[in-house]
Structures are given as C-alpha cells and as structure tokens.
Design a protein around this ligand. Structure first.
Ligand code: F3S
Length: 753
C-alpha cells in the first residue's frame, strides 16, 4: 500500500501550478475579463472548469481541495464516518491536530499532563485511526491547528477544507482555506468533490503601511467594524494593494483567521515576497522556489488593482498609515473603537474598567512576530522594574514557535513581568479555562488577543466581558491593569512606552522541527483502531441499513417544529460536545431545543407508546425499540445554522425515515441526503397546518422516485379521515442512489469492495 504523504511534496505544488496555468485562461475566457486571485484559485480547483456555472452567490460548484485538516473535537465523528466507507486510506493528504481538549489551569506542562490523562481514549483513537488510514497526527502540545497548518502545509494557490471555523487562517499564505462540517471533510477524504455555493467576492484594498502601534490585528478589527458580524456571509474577502504587500505572512493570517468573525467563507491574500520568505523560514525551500517562479500566477491580474470596482460585489478601502490600534467588544467583535476611546466608553457604559485578566495567543495571534512585539513591551517594562497589574497568560501557537521564542529570550521577557505560559493549544479561547480568581464571581472585564468574544466563550461565565486587541496592546494594558489608559499617549512611571517592535521571522531561524508529529506508517497492517467498547465518548459506527424497497407507511409524527429549528435546536452543543464521537450518547440531545407543536415545553412531545409526555429523544428511543418508524415535521428553513452532521445522523440513528418541512437550509438538506434520510418539502405549505399529534403519514410510490418528480403522501388523521398531499424534493440521481443504499458512504463502501 502506498501511504498518502501528509506533507506537500514540491512535485504536487508543481502540478498544481501547471493546472493553474491551464485553468486561468479558461477563467478569463469564460468571464470575458481579467481574474482576481481568488478566481484563479477557484478555477484551478473546479471539478469542471469549462462548464461549472458561475453565478456568484447562486450557483453550486464542485471543488477538489488539495488537503483536509481536522481538530480533535470535530475529527472524531468525521473519522468514525470515514471508517465506515471501507477505504484503505484517505484520498487526499489529511492531518489531525490535538489542540481543543487541553484545559488551561496551572500552566503549560501541568495542564498538558492532565489533558493526556483526561482525554487518553480520544487521543488513542485519533492516533490509531490516523496511522491506519494515512493521516498525519499532531500530538497534544504540538500546537494549534491553524498555526501548524500555516507552518507545515499551507502554500499559495492551494485549497484546503478544515473542520474548524478558523481554517481560513491559511489565506495568509494565499491558500483558499474553508471551514466546514465533518460531513464535507468525509466527502473529500473519500475522494468526492466538495460542494459549495460559489462565494461572492468582497475586495479589501489596503493602502499605506502599518507603523508604530498599528498591527495586522487592527486591520481585521476595523474590517469587522465596517462589515459587521454578518457582512462577509457567503463571500471571499480578497485583500490586495501596497498595504497587503507590507504585511508579514503571519500578520495576513491573523486577518484571514478573523474573517470567520464576519461570516466570510474565507479570506485571501495574493502571494508576494513575504510568502516566499515565510516558506523558506519554515524549511520549505523547494516550494519557495516554485512560488517565486510563479508569483505572477499567484496574484490578481494587474487590471484588478488598477481599477478594482468591476471585479467585486463590494469594495472596502483602508489606509494602514492612519489606522489607530483598536479594541473591540464586549460580546461581539464588530463593536470597535480606537484605544483612545475605550476608557471613556467603558466608564460611560458601566463596563468594569479594571482588567481581571489579560491573554495573548490563540490561533489568531500566536506567531513569532506576535510574541516578539508583545515581548518588546515586556522587556521595556522589566528594565524599569515594572510588573503586570492584571494577570497575563501567554499561549505560543505551536511547539516550533514556543521553542523559538524560548531560545530568543522572548518568553523570559514576558515571564519577567509576571506572565504565565500556557500549553500550545486553544485553552481559554474555547472555554477550556478553569478560573479561580475572585473577580470571576462577578461582572468583570478581560482583554485578549483572541478572535471570539461572545459571552461565556472564554471561561463559561456570562459575567465576563471579553474585549479583543493586538498582543502588544494587550501587554500594555496588562501593565496598567485598567482601560483608563492610552498606550500611545499616556506615560507609565513617567515615561511613554516605546512603539512595539519585533522581527517578522526569527533571524536565527526556527528552533525545532516538526515536534509532536507522527507520520502514518508505510506498513499499517499491524495498526488496530482503538475504541473501548465501554467508552462513553467514542463509539464505532455501524453502516445504516439500505432502503428495503417498500413504501414508508404508517409513520408516527415525532414532532412538528414551530418556527426556527436550527442545528442547535436539533443537536445542541455545550456539554454535549463531550459525546461528539459517540452517536448513541449524543442522540440523547435529539430535538431538545425544538419548540414542538405537540409539547408543553421545548424538547417535549407525546409518546404514543406510553401515552404520556416525554422528552423527544426518549420518545424516539421508545419508537425505535418498538419498531415504529417515524417522521419529523419542520417549519421554514429547517436545519439552518452550522453544518454539524450530528443533526442528520441522530434522527437517522433513532429511526426517522424522512423529514418533511416547509423549506430546508441547504447544508442540512444535503446532510440528510448523505445519511440516507429523505428531505421532503410540502408542495403546499398549508399542509403543515393539517398535521396533528396522533396522525400517521404514508410516503408512497418510492419505487418511482425520480429527480424533479413530486412525491405522494397521505395523512391518516386520528378521526379516521385521510388527506392526500404532494411533496417536492431536490434529489438528484446520485442522491436517490444514496437513499436506496442507506447512505452516501454505503455507496463508497460498495465501490471499495
Ligand atoms: Fe482554537 Fe480558538 Fe483557534 S478554539 S482553533 S485557538 S479560535
């Protein structure tokens, strides 16, 4: 067996650039104009560049990504599903990164040791499944997924999907990198295309160059303020201009990372000399040479920068030369202002001006440059005998960054003023933070260099008001412990803090190589995937059974959702995250958030077996045990929200045969199809109103199920009356095959046989 190489050999890069040179003229011809850089990358990854429909925001396109990256929380179900496909190895290079499950409490080494114990079974599973199926595996402590991907795998012009919303971080190295749910990752790992609506394009023209206190972070905080948290939805944010070329690769990654905060599909910078330098510094000379040779292919056509308006659905201009350092929050990243205004605004709004904690790091701001600039402030303070007035936690983004900032004395600079170093992991950025300070009891303010600041995100407490700024601004505020301060104009101990400084890349090179990485073995015949049958967190999946060829008759109505029924209503997150790798256990949350027309409170319904009100997952289990097939009824836009595949797998697992709704959110509809469930839409939305608690439903003539043909249904009312009705669907011939086989993965498994 040949193993898929988890790294990217230069030969693959060369092949991609040859394709880019073939597809770029096709794109120019089809659109009748020059191309932006994002368009060039998309054309190079379309399954069918000659015929793909190209209406932005409307057409669905099939893309062939170059790689997949997964973090430890989302990888569990994705890989459990992949295993049921019966393939010997992943179809594209893929990696798993253990970063989300490490809780921050005492400091790097103690917290890491504790995580190794607490999460042992999850790590053992991910390690063994990676070895078995040819994925690269990054041990806990090796770094945060997006920093590691940037250092090891990202390269200009490539495309990646990742099961984490900040996957677009790799856009800093000119990669179209999109955050997806596990179901999409499974598609790509089994060799199917990634299906997505063709994004709109928002151009961001950066003028001037940042100087002094202004950092890349301030660019994205300003963009978020301009576009708001929804302004990037369904769009690629494409940066260009002299300001873009003035930013380091890791600075650009900070900007692309936080595009997730405004809903962007991804964000992207064209390649430039900084990209080449970053590739060399991270030990990828052969790829750096190819990028240097192809720089013209890896940027916009020149006409775009000369007159950008015709190329974008929306255009923003930001002058980096006049941009003031920003602080955003609390609660949302689009509530921004300059540092000069935060003190007065906090006082006026009644937000605590004292800072209970300050935190530097997260995948957004944990690069060498970030820590170097933060450390320059700390060094100045230490020389004057100053210490932090608010506790300061610092997270390096990867072991490579940690070892380098340690060697270069930057961590010592931060420790000298009282900072505590955390493990190279997500920690407080994902709520993995055990706070014991008294301030956490009441309303308190914290300032971080992270990306998300919604209530409860960092420490699980709605009392904590989280604000965001650049790492150097965070350290400056740590020294005064208070928002009533402007680092640009106010003195500490009689002196102004000098402007932050730091190298973009370490002049002595990075200190360590690939620490914590396990390449898959060439011979995997001895590898057994480790799942303890008594585990409550992990469970091997059984393939769903195929359709038996009969019409679906006498289906019980489990629930009728009234109003919104998002993926959170269908499969809640929070404490249920623990069971993401255990379909049986996580199914105990099925529909718990749903406002059911036949229940007294959310998540409740009427059980026809026990003739009593029970929780919806309990009822579904009772029906499954009694072999009563059931259907769920949705209102408008059923399944909106995240792309979480559990929202489709759970009803399938507990015995649903179809979901009938007034309309579906597209990703949820596709996920249902993939799991072999029928997503059907009432041809007359008024039929929804006719369905009562004790009715049963027939779905008939399924032997002649065909694209664009209505499906016939019958409601048997409890009073003996019957109502005939029609349903529509969006099933293609392939989707109908999935239904017949029991799931999309069953088809792959059949073919693999
Ligand atoms: Fe981790 Fe926070 Fe980034 S959870 S992947 S550090 S957004």
């Amino acid at each position: 067996m040949t193993t898929v190489d988890a790294s990217t050999p230069a030969t693959s890069v060369k092949k991609l650039y040859e394709r880019l040179q073939e597809t770029t003229p096709i794109g120019r011809k089809r659109l009748g104009r020059p191309l932006t850089f994002a368009e060039k990358v998309l054309f190079a990854h379309f399954l069918q560049p000659e015929t793909t429909e190209l209406e932005r925001g409307i057409s669905y396109v099939e893309l062939m990504p170059d790689r997949v990256a997964m973090q430890d929380a989302t990888a569990q179900m994705a890989l459990l599903q992949f295993m049921t496909a019966g393939l010997p190895q992943v179809a594209v290079p893929a990696t798993v990164h253990c970063d989300h499950l490490i809780q921050a409490q005492y400091g790097a080494s103690t917290d890491l040791e504790a995580a190794q114990v607490t999460n042992k079974e999850v790590y053992d599973f991910l390690r063994s499944v990676s070895a078995k199926y040819g994925l690269g595996f990054w041990e806990p402590g090796s770094g945060i997924i997006h920093q590691v991907v940037l250092e090891q795998y990202a390269f200009p012009g490539a495309m990646m999907i990742g099961t984490d919303s900040h996957t677009p971080n790799a856009g800093g190295l000119s990669m179209v990198a999109i955050g997806v749910g596990g179901a999409d990752a499974v598609d790509v790992m089994v060799g199917m295309p990634f299906n997505v609506r063709l994004p709109k394009l928002i151009g961001v023209h950066l003028k001037g160059a940042p100087s002094g206190w202004t950092a890349a972070k301030d660019v994205i905080l300003r963009v978020a303020e301009i576009l708001t948290v929804k302004g990037g939805t369904g769009a690629i944010l494409e940066y260009f201009g002299e300001g873009a070329r003035a930013l380091s690769t890791t600075g650009k990654a900070t900007i692309c990372n936080m595009g997730a905060e405004i809903g962007a599909t991804c964000s992207l910078f064209p390649a430039d000399e900084n990209s080449v330098a970053y590739l060399r510094a991270t030990g990828r000379d052969a790829i750096a040479d190819l990028v240097a040779e192809h720089l013209d292919d890896l940027t916009d056509d020149p006409e775009v920068e000369q007159n950008p308006h015709p190329y974008f659905d929306q255009l923003i201009e930001i002058d980096l030369g006049t941009l003031e350092p920003q602080i955003v929050g609390p609660g949302t990243p689009d509530l921004g202002r300059g540092v000069s205004e935060i003190g007065a605004e906090a006082t006026e709004k009644g937000w605590p001006t004292q800072l209970a904690y300050t935190l530097v790091g997260s995948c957004t701001n944990s690069s060498y440059e970030d820590i170097a600039r933060a450390a320059s402030i700390a060094r100045w303070a230490n020389e004057r005998g100053l210490k932090v007035k608010s506790p300061l936690l610092v997270t390096p983004g990867s072991e490579r960054v940690r070892a380098t900032v340690e060697r270069d004395g930057l961590l010592d600079d931060l420790r000298a003023i009282g900072a505590t170093e955390l493990a190279n992991a997500c920690g407080p950025c994902i709520g993995q933070w055990k706070r014991t300070d008294p301030a956490a009891e009441g309303v308190n303010s914290i300032l971080t260099s992270y990306n998300r600041n919604f209530p409860k995100r960092n420490d699980g407490s709605a009392n904590t008001l989280a604000f965001i700024a650049s790492p150097e601004v965070v350290v400056a505020y740590a020294l005064v412990g208070n928002f009533n301060f402007n680092p640009l104009t106010d003195a500490i101990a009689g002196e102004l803090i000098p402007q932050p400084s730091g190298e973009k890349l370490p002049s002595q090179g990075f200190a360590s190589e690939q620490s914590g990485f396990r390449a898959p073995p060439t011979d995997n015949s001895h590898v057994t995937v480790q799942v303890d049958p008594s585990s409550e967190r992990l469970q091997l999946l059984e393939p769903f059974s195929p359709w038996d060829g009969n019409d679906l008759l006498g289906l019980a109505v489990l629930m009728k959702a009234v109003g919104k029924c998002t993926t959170d209503h269908i499969s809640a997150a929070g404490p249920w995250l623990r069971y993401r790798g255990h379909l049986d256990n996580i199914s105990n949350n099925l529909f718990l958030g749903v406002n059911n027309a036949f229940g007294s409170t959310a998540g409740k319904g009427w059980c026809r077996v026990h003739q009593a009100e029970e929780s919806l997952p309990e009822i579904a289990r009772h029906y499954k045990a009694a072999a009563i097939a059931w259907v769920a009824i949705g209102d408008e836009n059923y399944g909106e929200g995240s792309s979480r595949e559990h929202a489709a797998m759970e009803p399938r697992f507990l015995g649903a045969k179809a979901i009938i709704a007034r309309s579906f959110a597209r990703i949820a509809e596709t996920n249902l199809k993939k799991q072999g469930l029928l997503p059907l839409t009432f041809a007359d939305p008024g039929t929804y109103d006719l369905i009562e608690r004790d009715d049963t439903i027939d779905i008939v003539d399924l032997a002649s199920l065909a694209p664009d043909q209505p499906v016939h249904g019958r409601i048997h009312h409890a009073n003996g009356a019957e109502t005939e009705f029609e349903m529509t669907h969006t099933l293609s011939p392939t989707h109908i095959e999935w239904f017949r086989a029991g799931s999309a993965l069953n088809i792959i498994r059949e073919r693999a046989r």
